[in-house]
Write a protein that binds this ligand. Structure first.
Ligand code: GAP
Length: 473
């Protein structure tokens, strides 16, 4: 089956309670989305899987949850106040505004990290002219104010964080000291980030409020390239364990002129988010970035670092974030490898990847969401064949209650069995458990498989173990 486009997923999401347009009853709010009963389960499954993989299953990573609003000086010294920009250009003929990095080729960048674009002969998508203003910077950090006298007080200006990473760097010494870590080790954090995107869109792909899953892995300079490659391979592998098809994933090596000011090398894991686009290259976009950030961050936040070239002197910080190696008696700034993924884009990739259609024996089209069982919002739906028969309803409800402690189960009697199956297929429930008249006699139920629609009879007493085994396999 051809891959679905995002519009198909938007419609399924609204119909089945994954994602709704936000503030809909007031006309909506551009590119803001709310996660419904099914969406939040999938969303939480992604976060839990990432945390389990990143923190629990390793011995070298600690967790953290830092504030969303940090001291403004963090963003001054991280470079975000100066360089966290989108570059915009206007068509002189029709005044349409475009994002320079989407419409022009980036040919180089200056030493201060200013990109240089080639605009000659690039046509305006609205009027066809090719007469552009010089691209100019628009800082995409969202501003707000703290305190009662906020409006008048120029010092009250603060930002909603545009990445969770900086909260990790400023806590490097805290975590290092309290957890008695030695290099190499990492700090993981998940949480909301905010960017005043100029061109948000494509459903939950690019929004102004989104959630990141980031990990900063601190290594000795010299060990960075090997560690970087290991994380690239591990992250690619992780998405396939969530059920994403390897055919829809690829690695993209960022060319030098695209690299962020702090990066030595960055590789993106891209997903085929836009299969309908004719230009095959434009079908792919970023799901996760894995950057070698060098020692830029720890150095830049350090009090008067002893930089031989006298660069990045920080008069505002009160700490030196260097690391002392007891074994070699050396002091240095660790290099940082950063796998950074978006929860929302992962949810979108999972929905797109799982979408499939099948024709039933009546010739009707059915949508089946073939989510990996670990990602499915509901693992088993318990359905009574006759909802007017109290013994059957009672038995179905009791089975639901008995399963609840071991897996997410629901009871549903709001339609005929065909409709109930179709509804569960569409939200990706791996198993439907049907209680019928015979169940009252033989203490057994029918277990229906979402992907094959095959059914088998299972004893009620064996049901929890049976389902758990099949979910795990
Ligand atoms: N600390 C590095 C960093 O923030 P990034 O590539 O800008 O790197 C990491 O962001 C991930 O966050 C992206 O790969 C993407 O999945 C997600 N992301 C970034 N901007 C987003 C947006 N406006 N909407 C949804 N997700 C976004």
């Amino acid at each position: 089956m051809a891959a679905p486009n995002i519009e198909t997923i938007v419609s399924l999401s609204k119909r089945r309670g994954f994602v709704y347009p936000s503030s809909d009853i007031y006309g909506g709010l551009g590119s803001a989305w709310d996660y419904g009963p099914m969406g939040i389960e999938l969303y939480n499954n992604v976060k839990q899987a990432w945390w389990r993989w990143m923190v629990y299953e390793r011995d070298d990573i600690e967790g953290l949850d830092s504030s969303i609003i940090l001291n403004r000086l963090v963003w001054k010294h991280s470079g975000h106040e100066d360089t966290f920009n989108d570059w915009l250009a206007d068509c002189r003929k029709c005044q349409s505004r475009v994002r320079a990095d989407h419409h022009f080729v980036r040919v180089s960048q200056t030493d201060e990290g200013r990109p240089v674009f080639m605009t000659t002969d690039v046509k305006c998508p609205s009027c066809g002219a090719s007469d552009w203003t010089a691209p100019r910077a628009f800082n995409t950090m969202l501003k707000t104010r703290l305190g009662a006298a906020a409006e008048e007080d120029p010092n009250a200006l603060v930002y909603l964080r545009p990445e969770t990473a900086q909260g990790i760097f400023i806590n490097f010494l805290n975590v290092l000291t309290t957890s008695r870590r030695k290099l190499p080790f990492g700090i993981a954090q998940m949480g909301k980030s905010f960017r005043n995107e100029v061109t948000p869109g494509n459903f939950i792909f690019r929004t102004r409020e989104f959630e990141q899953m980031e990990m900063e892995y601190f290594v000795r300079p010299g060990d960075d390239e090997r560690a970087h490659q290991e994380w690239i391979d591990a992250c690619h592998q992780w998405f396939t364990t969530l059920g994403v098809s390897a055919d829809n994933l690829r690695l993209y090596e960022q060319p030098k002129e695209e690299l962020a000011h702090y990066a030595k090398r960055t590789v993106d894991i891209q997903y085929r988010f836009f299969p309908e686009r004719e230009d095959r290259e434009k079908q792919w976009d970023e799901l996760m970035g894995i950057a070698n950030r060098t020692d830029f961050d720890l150095r830049t936040h350090s009090k008067k670092p002893e930089d031989a070239e006298g660069k990045r002197l920080n008069p505002d910080s009160t700490e030196d974030l260097s690391y002392f190696d007891e074994a070699t008696k050396e002091r240095f700034y660790p290099y940082v490898i950063e796998p950074a993924a978006g929860v929302n884009r992962t949810v979108l990739a999972l929905l797109m990847d799982a979408y499939s259609e099948k024709i039933n024996d009546k010739g009707e089209k059915r949508v089946i969401l073939k989510l990996h069982p670990s990602m499915a919002p509901i693992k088993a739906a318990i359905l009574p064949l006759a909802k007017n028969k109290p013994e059957i309803v009672g038995m179905a409800r009791a089975i639901k209650r008995s399963l609840q402690p071991v897996l997410r189960a629901v009871y549903d009697d709001t339609g005929g069995i065909g409709k109930l199956y179709a509804r569960q297929d569409e939200i990706g429930t791996p198993f439907c458990v049907t209680v019928d008249h015979q169940s009252l006699e033989d203490e057994a139920v029918t277990v229906r498989d979402r992907d094959t629609w095959e059914q088998e009879r299972v004893k009620v007493a064996e049901l929890p173990e049976h389902l758990q085994k099949r979910l795990a396999s």
